[in-house]
Design a protein. Structure first.
Length: 221
């Protein structure tokens, strides 16, 4: 029996184009991390000095752009990417909130400076330590991804730990612990940019290929 032919009015929707949001999220994370880490390292400004110039980056690029990348990762079914980009986008927004006076974070701790001069340092230390714990979880989750991606989460974990330690130890500005954290942050940013470029460089746009070193276990029949 012959199958009925499609009528002329039959319409088939084209398959949606799947776009990888990873390079956007990684680039947003990399650039914002790079700028702040240079400040922590003491490049251009004293280590531990004013960092308010990073506020705009933290809100719009590291924050909003990265959260958008996280939402698009949900759309393409990448649970790891969605969790990472959405979380670190929220990190940058929350960090910006600390720097924006109208949120009242730093002024709120200034009122307790007489009774507890280390209250703000302790709070920032706990804040960064919590992100170190989350990043460690993400590092474990990346152990079967690629060498470059897993290395990025490893160095980011160390970055958060050193910066948290600097605050919890009540170090003065321009201390070596913050500088080490800044140096690790620069390495993290460079790794993030590398991973972004590896995902962005496609055969239809460039002849450049970047190896990432797969950690996936080969399947045996």
């Amino acid at each position: 029996m012959a199958e009925p032919k499609d009528s002329p009015s039959t319409y088939y929707a084209p398959a949606p184009v799947v776009i990888n949001p990873g390079p956007l999220g990684l680039s947003a994370f990399a650039l914002t991390t790079f700028v702040l880490s240079l400040f922590n390292l003491g490049a251009g400004v004293p280590s531990g000095g004013p960092v308010e110039v990073v506020t705009g980056l933290a809100v719009f690029y590291g924050g909003l752009a990265q959260i958008l990348a996280g939402m698009w990762e949900f759309k393409v079914g990448n649970n790891f990417g969605a969790t990472a980009f959405t979380s670190y986008g929220a990190f940058w927004l929350s960090y910006a909130a600390i720097l924006i006076p109208s949120f009242g974070v730093i002024p709120g701790y200034a009122s307790t400076a007489t009774s507890d001069p280390h209250a703000l340092d302790n709070a920032l230390g706990i804040f960064l330590l919590a992100w170190a714990i989350f990043t460690f979880i993400m590092w474990i989750a990346s152990l079967r991804s690629t060498v470059t991606l897993s290395s990025m989460f490893f160095t980011l974990t160390l970055t958060f730990l050193f910066l948290a330690s600097s605050h919890l130890a009540h170090k003065d500005a321009d201390n070596y612990v913050t500088k080490v954290g800044g140096g690790l942050g620069v390495v993290t940013a460079l790794l993030a940019w590398y991973n972004a470029a590896a995902g962005l460089y496609e055969p239809k746009t460039t002849f450049v290929r970047l190896p990432t070193g797969s950690l996936a276990r080969p399947h045996h029949n």
